[in-house]
Design a protein around this ligand. Structure first.
Ligand SMILES: [Zn+2]
Length: 589
């Protein structure tokens, strides 16, 4: 048994945490107010049975060691020493705490930030990019605030610079600063001839970089890939500089791009962050929810923007935020509005931002002709699910009344339509027959998929027999969620002779704690196979979707031979889907 396991065996997590916060018993677990976020209802849960903690608010979670690291700001090693002292184990010789490694990584990234900034400000290379920034109205002060930089058009200047400072190529590659092409054997700087936007964490350390070209070459933007420091879905660009202002105003304006963020900030509208691309995530939503009530989405005004707005707003609503949508005429993005019309006009846009449901009502009314039957059906299909996610029935009614006024459909008829629409969808979602899963809407299917993967992982974490069955049934790729797959792969290769399964990665630890505490699966072979069957059906359905797409293309080309082949394959898949359902019914007797 290794030292951390010896310690964990002796320490009781409830005792440990009770010395920091007040815990009260609730069923099998203890709950209290989370020390890691401003918690109003107790969302912090401790399981004495599993010796884990998890916060349903901020998603922090893990074991006793992780708790002590977080609350006392200790490295892994320091936390072990502290815990050892509590139970009388002297620990003097521990190899490599994880925190040290992170310090080194931050140091290199911070060095790279300084390097890029120096090239921009102090060398002849910086002239062209400086002129470019000046043309876009960016002042020297703003360049300093955001520590903008420039990567020269060379293949290895950063690499050489860092090497001189004693940084190995391995570690540079780990941070995504250089690319090591294993096929050609060439090693070169990732960022070349680009304006550099360093991305900071809350304490002001560089976690990654964004690079923008000066001309029309592609890709226009290039980011640091996933690294131990850089997890794209969790980052909000600008937050380090704008956090205080967001909290003071209790309002955050969410834009898409670096330039939008910087441009607003420079114009004095400082409560702004950029989502870094259009795929807004739950983690980003939660980070904003903790610091501001009024969230305003100000994404680019184009069709892609509309889709991104709805997706982003839905994620924010899911985590319990109220969302408003800012819209403007003529110009593409907030940066252009500011540069052409000035901050006062943009502030007006912000003040007139519409609540999400008003925004989509406007959008869909414009998109569909609700005077026709077809248009109406399409409108209902798009609008009702979004309206349904509004938790207050009285507010749902307000919007149905608005639709009634616009469409001249009597309100009672609309209320009925709305209720019926929901009932039919609900049935679809709750169907018991496995094969019927394939009829589900894509969005519902994705949500179900995530839930099933979580359950499958819960089984694997829970029971070695389940783990073996899963290993025989699926490849690790069955987990489409990267973190789940990571956990599963580590679990699969774990040597249980060595002791209980544990990981050192913080994010994964949190996820494991979350699954262990929130997914209470009782192991039985039947319940495991039910999850397996459901996943199998979703996999088959995915194949079927792809083939259906191919079929359409073949039909479009008039390739009848191919159409016949694909149609046959689709029929075969349909049969398989149906028989998956039958098998479970026979298993269940
Ligand atoms: Zn919390």
């Amino acid at each position: 048994m290794n030292i951390s396991q010896r310690i964990k065996e002796k320490i009781d997590i409830v005792d440990l945490i009770s010395s920091y916060i007040k815990l009260t018993k609730s069923g099998k677990n203890y709950i209290g107010l989370c020390p890691f976020h401003s918690d109003h209802n107790p969302s912090f849960t401790v399981s004495p049975e599993k010796q884990l903690f998890y916060c349903f608010g901020c998603k922090e979670g893990g074991d006793a060691i992780k708790f002590l690291m977080k609350i006392e700001h200790l490295s892994y090693q320091e936390a072990l020493i502290q815990l050892g002292k509590r139970i009388g184990i002297e620990i003097d010789d521990l190899a490599g705490g994880t925190d040290e490694g992170f310090k080194e990584l931050f140091k290199i990234n911070d060095l790279a930030t300084k390097y890029f900034h120096y090239i921009l400000m102090e060398t002849p290379y910086g002239k062209t990019p400086k002129d470019y920034l000046a043309r876009r109205g960016i002042t020297k002060e703003t360049i300093e605030t955001f520590k903008l930089g420039y990567a020269p058009p060379s293949w290895n200047t950063l690499q050489k610079f860092l090497e001189k400072k004693g940084m190995t190529l391995d570690i540079q590659e780990k941070l995504g600063l250089i690319i090591n092409d294993s096929e050609t054997g060439k090693v070169y700087d990732r960022f070349r001839n680009r304006i550099i936007f360093p991305i900071f964490d809350i304490s002001g350390h560089t976690i990654g970089f964004g690079g923008r070209v000066l001309d029309d070459s592609v890709p226009k933007y290039l980011n640091t890939p996933e690294t131990p420091l850089f997890h794209k879905g969790q980052i909000l660009y600008g937050l380090y500089q704008t956090r205080d202002e967001i909290m003071k105003k209790d309002q955050a304006i969410i834009v898409e791009g670096y330039m939008d963020c910087i441009s607003l900030y420079q114009a004095g509208i400082k409560n702004v962050v950029a989502s870094m691309g259009t795929s807004f995530t739950k983690e980003q939503g939660l980070a904003l929810k903790r610091i501001a009530k009024d969230l305003i989405i100000a994404f680019d005004a184009d069709t892609a923007g509309d889709i991104a707005v709805i997706r982003g707003a839905n994620i924010l609503r899911e985590v319990g935020c109220s969302v408003r949508i800012a819209r403007w005429d003529t110009f593409k993005d907030p940066d252009e509005v500011i540069r052409n019309q000035g901050p006062i006009v943009f502030l007006d846009v912000i003040n007139n931002a519409k609540p999400f449901l008003d925004y989509i009502l406007d959008l869909f009314i414009k998109r569909y002709d609700i005077s026709t039957l077809e248009g109406r059906v399409q409108f209902f299909q798009e609008f009702f699910p979004l309206l349904r996610s509004e938790p207050h029935i009285s507010i749902q009614r307000v919007y149905l009344d608005k639709v009634s006024a616009l469409s001249k459909i009597p309100p009672e008829v609309l209320y009925r339509e709305f209720d019926q629409f929901y009932v039919s969808r609900k049935r679809e979602f709750e169907v018991t027959s496995v094969s019927a899963l394939s009829w589900m809407q894509k969005g519902d299917r994705n949500a179900l998929r995530e839930r099933l993967e979580r359950q499958l992982l819960a089984f694997a974490l829970n029971n070695i027999k389940a783990l073996n069955i899963i290993r025989e049934t699926f490849q690790p790729e069955i987990f489409t969620i990267k973190e789940y797959r990571d956990i599963y792969e580590r679990l699969s290769s774990w040597d249980f002779e060595e002791g209980n399964f544990e990981v050192e990665d913080e994010k994964l630890t949190s996820i494991i704690a979350q699954i262990a505490i929130s997914e209470t699966v009782e192991y039985s072979e039947n319940s495991l196979y039910e999850v397996i069957d459901r996943l199998n059906v979703l996999e088959l359905q995915k194949k079927k979707d792809a083939l259906t797409e191919e079929l359409k293309q073949a039909e479009g080309k008039g390739d009848l031979e191919r159409v016949k082949v694909i149609a046959g394959e689709i029929q075969q898949l349909t049969k398989e889907i149906l028989s998956t359902g039958e098998r479970r019914i026979t298993v269940n007797g």
